[in-house]
Design a protein. Structure first.
Length: 370
């Protein structure tokens, strides 16, 4: 394989990878050897499956090479095979991605973010966090209700020839599209969803129990012995991360408003292309999740990404001054969202929350946050 690196700008890089005929034959052999009979038949008969498996192998090879480079890649990589894939024929592949701009610097810009101007969390927000934890841990009682609201627990049966058992639904991200058909309905009402009829058999509201010392001692992972101590723990962690959020938001706004950081068209077009690129042609993850539904949202997310990359480039090993708080942020996330979602989102926690804390500490050390 021959790699040719082209820096299209300080923020964007393109790589041409030339595979020799013998290397392509070896890739065919590796793929075919890894498949069972059914998958092998599909590989040779299904064009989409063929491309998926071939890209998967190509990406694994090239990603290994990219990991040895000294640049900091801050976006997903887009792979494109430019020539027809044939046995014993050479192949050309391109890879494009956004990189950390080594010329980016803001420390000498005399930027100041005043700690005493950061907003304090409201009691209402704190209560909403506590309520979420209590619901997640099951500390509530069910009370009969007349009408289905956003937070009702609804029992229903499917009206069919089979005598089916009652099912119960409580709204969440996965089922809300189904759940909203029941909104504002009453007991015994019949609801039609996708041409199927359901009758409401029960409507109950989850009433949160009062947080007392016993409950607090059972759910607090930081050994609180009282409700007030548990609330203090939650307030401390939430306020700390809220300060992190506000400081980074203010920093990004300054970078953009003062034109300390500007983005070129290669980078902006990369994210437009990401939307329409099949999943099997993509590799890697950004440092933090980039939002790009609007241009303003994209510019903000990219600038936050560059800020994180700047700090990471100056820390060979990530060590937190507030390591205890980083741990508590993760523990609180599990408390609020439960074990299953917590485990699903573990990578996001590491790549987002923890890195943002690192940025906050750097801004403090650089006397930007004062």
């Amino acid at each position: 394989m021959k790699y040719t690196y082209n820096s299209l700008s300080e923020q964007y890089q393109q790589v041409y990878v030339a595979f020799e005929a013998a290397e392509i034959e070896e890739i065919f052999f590796d793929i075919e050897s890894s498949l069972d009979m059914k998958a092998l038949q599909k590989f040779h008969s299904d064009d989409e499956y063929f491309k998926e498996k071939f890209y998967e192998r190509i990406i694994a090879i090239v990603e290994d090479e990219l990991s040895k480079q000294e640049v900091i890649i801050i976006s997903e990589r887009i792979y494109k095979i430019l020539s027809i894939i044939r046995r014993n024929k050479p192949l050309i592949v391109t890879v494009t991605y956004c990189v950390y701009d080594e010329d980016f610097d803001f420390v000498e810009q005399n930027i100041k973010i005043k700690k005493d101007e950061l907003v304090k969390l409201s009691d209402n927000y704190l209560k909403s966090v506590l309520d979420l934890i209590m619901l997640q841990k099951g500390y509530y009682k069910l009370v009969k209700s007349d009408k289905v609201l956003d937070d009702s627990e609804v029992g229903f049966i499917k009206l069919s020839k089979d005598n089916e058992k009652e099912e119960v639904i409580f709204p969440n991200e996965e089922n809300y599209k189904f759940y909203k058909a029941f909104l504002n309905k009453k007991l015994d009402d019949i609801v039609t969803i996708n041409k199927k009829k359901y009758q409401i058999t029960s409507i109950r509201k989850r009433k949160i129990l009062e947080l007392d010392d016993r409950i607090a001692s059972l759910i607090d992972p930081w050994n609180a012995k009282s409700a007030s101590a548990f609330i203090d723990h939650i307030r401390e962690i939430e306020q700390f991360y809220f300060d992190v959020d506000q400081s980074i938001n203010k920093m990004v706004e300054i970078l953009l408003d003062e034109k300390i950081l500007e983005w070129d068209m290669y980078t902006l077009n990369h994210y437009k292309e990401l939307i329409k690129t099949p999943f099997y042609m993509l590799a890697g993850q950004p440092i933090i999740k980039v939002k790009f539904q609007t241009k303003e949202e994209l510019l903000y997310s990219l600038s936050e990404q560059m800020l994180c990359a700047y700090v990471m480039s100056r820390n060979n090993v990530i060590r937190f001054r507030n390591e205890d708080k980083v741990k508590k942020i993760n523990q609180l996330y599990f408390l609020k969202h439960g074990l299953v979602k917590g485990l699903e989102d573990t990578n996001d926690l590491v790549n987002s929350q923890a890195i943002r804390v690192l940025v906050y500490e750097f801004l403090e050390d650089a006397l930007i946050i004062v």
